[in-house]
Design a protein around this ligand. Structure first.
Ligand code: APR
Length: 251
């Protein structure tokens, strides 16, 4: 996969030399829908209604029900991390200081696969946030929109801890710092249609990183990558990790 790992494994570096970005495609073979495939989430519900601040303002009950249903879906015993999640977690365990995993996904499959600290730039399905004090708390099933915030006591200020369209993704400074200093950027299971994540490949490439796309089919940004490997994530991701480990100097 990587003809020359280049500065990938500068072990001394405190800045991650390998940045991984995942999207809904990595969770597809675990049974979770993607967004823009033919059977995707946005083919069944309008994103304007459930993934914008205006939609939440208009009908908080509908939005609450939408995320509750997705949270229950995540608890389906059939929904478990797949070989792609596990391969990335293995990489993070072997190179804890060098790998930064950024995900657009709000599911917890990376955590359940053993990833130590996935950076959820679009938030997390299993957490709620208080719009008054910004406290983030686990979303318990009995938590309702009318409940008081356990942290500041404000009433009816709880919302899903999910980044909606028009809102700023989380931890962007940390992500951009890693992208401008990494040796390799790998984009996995994302259509490359939603910014700022869709722009990460250009940022990394301008900074001199090798850029790799692992996706079922060419994404919108496929031509921006040095290397593309297309196929189901459970095939191309473990193969990529194996090749990377085989090519890494001095491990
Ligand atoms: N293996 C690998 N890739 C797959 C698989 C699979 N089994 N199945 C589908 N894919 C690919 C699709 O080809 C597509 O390119 O995953 C990508 C999924 O794209 P989207 O549905 O657009 O999901 P994503 O890119 O994660 O969306 C980004 O948009 O709606 C917002 O906040 C939401 O985080 C999401 C963001």
């Amino acid at each position: 996969f990587l003809s020359n790992p280049g500065p990938l494994m500068s072990r001394a570096s405190a800045i991650p030399s390998l940045v991984l970005l995942t999207g809904a495609g990595i969770s597809r073979e675990s049974g979770l829908d993607t967004f823009r495939d033919a059977d995707g989430v946005w083919s069944r519900v309008r994103l304007e209604d459930v993934a914008t601040p205006e939609g939440f303002e208009r009908d908080p009950v509908k939005v609450h029900a939408f995320y509750n249903a997705r949270r229950h879906g995540l608890r389906d015993p059939e929904v478990v991390p797949n070989a792609a999640h596990l391969a990335l977690a293995r990489l993070e365990r072997l190179w804890p200081a060098e790998v930064l995993l950024v995900t657009q996904n709000i599911d917890d499959l990376h955590e359940r696969a053993g990833s130590p600290a996935p950076l959820h730039m679009h938030g997390e399905l299993l957490k709620a946030r208080c719009a008054a004090c910004d406290a983030v708390l686990p979303w318990a099933d009995d938590l309702g929109l009318e409940d008081r915030c356990p942290s500041c006591g404000a009433e009816a200020t709880l919302r899903p801890h999910v980044v909606w369209f028009g809102e700023m993704p989380l931890e962007m400074e940390r992500i951009e710092a890693a992208l401008t200093a990494c040796g390799v950027f790998v984009s996995i299971g994302t259509s490359g249609t939603v910014y700022p994540a869709a722009g990460f490949v250009s940022l990394a490439r301008r900074a001199g990183a090798r850029t790799v796309e692992l996706n079922l089919e060419p994404s919108h940004g496929a031509s921006l990558f040095h290397e593309c490997h297309h196929g189901p994530a459970t095939g191309v991701v473990p193969a990529f990790v194996e090749a990377l480990l085989a090519s890494a100097p001095g491990l």
